[in-house]
Unconditional design. Structure first.
Lengths: 338, 88
């Protein structure tokens, strides 16, 4: 058995192999080591050492005042009422909804399960068409008004970015290749789940689109991505919906926003069989046992293991494992039989 | 100076490319080339959905290439990009 104190001298490739075989302490050691290393490198670059500051999961919204700096002016913090700035209130309310979803559904105490404060930066840059998670906080642009609008307005965008934070602390999936596509996939999964909860939609009513609220009428498409039909959301949408069309180029960190279409479609199909809540539970519990370099096959394997465990505990539908297997078969992913 | 700038990644995953020519003052030109020759190493490995910026500028027969992310793109180059994207 591998205890955490013994894992420190074990080479990473052995830790990864043990993690793949289900050793939680080795997985945790790997994830922690990479996170600590990244933070230490960052701190050394800054020539100072920052200690993690314990928080209460409070929401803090900063206004970047259209510059390219974060945490410029604190404009609203936890418990304060709305102010006369729509983007501020949207970032505050949407991040609150996401926080509540994870707390109520999975007992998660904020992003890191230790009450990390939820920091949002709004009005970032000029005509800035993006939202991102930087390892500590979220940042939203206003959009250029021509093709994109305010990114903090969209609940699925806010949930997507916040989920990157949760993934960092749970699975810490490396942001390139298949593990990077999975990192994007988990963000899209909980982006769409939380959007459906927010809009109180049934599976039939849901559009399964990601980012439909941030595109203008001039934008050549209806959204950024489609989980139901990857590759159809807009003129630039090159997401595959099957392994036959897997992107193997170098762009976009080896296609992290491209190949996520494959597991996205599998998630959509699985939801049609066993429902949104069962799928959300299976996916969330699976993320907890994934490791930094996990690929599509590793993830399918762990999804099946998790689905079986949850089925035995009567927490998901009896047909969940078969539904997961069938959904991934539809997108060209099956487990190799030895 | 001729430029070729590629902005990829981001939440949208939609790549934007800008190709063209722009006039810079001698001071601007000097500052830009200095930044491209000595890019600051990125401090942040936790970036998710950040843009990746690839700059290629041609000055006479010499060309200068550098890659940046959200954490290390200098404000001078952000402003160059803003001028170019406004123009296109």
């Amino acid at each position: 058995m591998c205890r955490s104190h013994q894992c420190h001298i074990v080479p990473p490739h052995i830790l990864e192999e043990l993690a793949k075989r289900g050793n939680i302490s080795c997985k945790k050691t790997l994830n922690d080591a990479h996170r600590i290393l990244a933070r230490r490198n960052s701190a050394l670059n800054d020539l100072l050492i920052r200690d993690a500051i314990p928080g209460h999961g409070d929401r803090l919204v900063y206004d970047s005042e259209n510059g390219y700096e974060q945490q410029v002016k604190l404009v609203r913090k936890e418990g304060e009422g709305p102010i006369n700035d729509l983007a501020v209130n949207q970032a505050y309310d949407n991040s609150g909804f996401v926080r509540a979803y994870f707390k109520e559904s999975f007992g998660l105490d904020s992003i890191d399960s230790k009450g990390l404060d939820i920091i949002s930066n709004i009005h970032y840059g000029k005509d800035y068409n993006n939202a991102y998670w930087d390892g500590d906080e979220m940042t939203y642009g206003d959009g250029d008004g021509k093709e994109f609008t305010n990114f903090a307005d969209a609940i699925d965008v806010v949930a997507h970015e916040l989920m990157h934070g949760i993934t960092q602390f749970l699975g810490n999936l490396e942001y390139r290749g298949q593990s990077g596509a999975l990192n994007e996939h988990f963000s899209d999964v909980f982006g769409t789940v939380i959007k459906q909860k927010f809009l109180k939609q049934t599976l039939e009513e849901a559009d399964w689109l990601i980012g439909d609220a941030i595109v203008t009428k001039e934008f050549p498409g209806v959204a950024i991505r489609s989980m139901k039909a990857p590759g159809t959301a807009n003129e630039f949408d090159n997401q595959p919906d099957h392994m036959d069309n897997y992107y193997s180029g170098a762009d976009d960190n080896q296609g992290v926003h491209v190949n996520s279409g494959i597991p996205n479609r599998a998630f959509y199909l699985c939801c049609q069989e066993i429902g949104l809540d069962d799928c959300a539970l299976i996916w969330f519990e699976t993320l907890k046992v994934l490791w930094r370099t996990a690929n599509f096959f590793d993830t399918l394997k762990m999804l099946l293991t998790t689905a079986n465990t949850l089925k035995e505990k009567k927490k998901v539908h009896d047909s969940a494992p078969e539904a997961v297997a069938r959904s991934f078969f539809e997108v060209g992913l099956t487990l190799e039989v030895a | 100076m001729k430029y070729q700038i590629k902005v990829e990644g981001g939440f949208t995953g939609i790549t934007k490319e800008y190709n063209g020519e722009m006039h810079f003052s001698p001071d601007e030109r000097k500052a830009i080339l200095k930044l491209l020759q000595n890019p600051v190493k990125s401090k942040n490995t936790g970036l998710r959905d950040g843009f990746v910026y690839s700059f290629m500028l041609r000055d006479g027969t010499s060309s200068y290439t550098a890659h940046f992310d959200e954490a290390n793109l200098p404000i001078t180059l952000r402003n160059v990009l803003a001028r170019i994207s406004k123009k296109s």
